[in-house]
Ligand binder design. Sequence first.
Ligand code: ADP
Length: 144
Amino acid sequence: MSKKILVPIDISEMELTQQVIPHVEAYAKQDDATIHFLAVIPDYTYFASYGLGYSSIAPDVKEREAAAMESLSDIIAKFSLPGDRIEKHMVSGTPKDHILRLADDINADVIILASHRPSMSTYLLGSNAAAVVRHAKCSVLVVR
Ligand code: ADP
């Protein structure tokens, strides 16, 4: 069976994505791998806790999800990959939880992610990267 690569994308941090592109392209060439991109957008229960009714923000949520999907597609277009081997996933919630869950669901062979935002230079691993490295059942490539 062909390999499955999971590539979590923070759509607000293009610099992080730039770092992983050559690595994803190299891995994708092996065994005709399928590349699963995942963008997690922030959970809206946070906004609800400020007393905004869910119904009043619901249209906004839909708009934001549509915009996020568009950003994800634009980002994926920067990778040189065969279109028929790309899968897109987008969910709302906590990035690390969804990255680990999707890795299990698709039975990923490897997760490829960047270590942290350049602005957070005191940390060698960001919070999501650290949780993925610690808890993933498959191999993880942390790009520095
Ligand atoms: P930092 O804490 O410096 O932002 P992170 O650990 O959050 O570092 O980011 C490292 C990697 O985690 C990113 O390159 C990306 O692969 C993944 N990641 C972070 N946020 C998200 C998100 N919202 N959706 C999908 N992946 C994410």
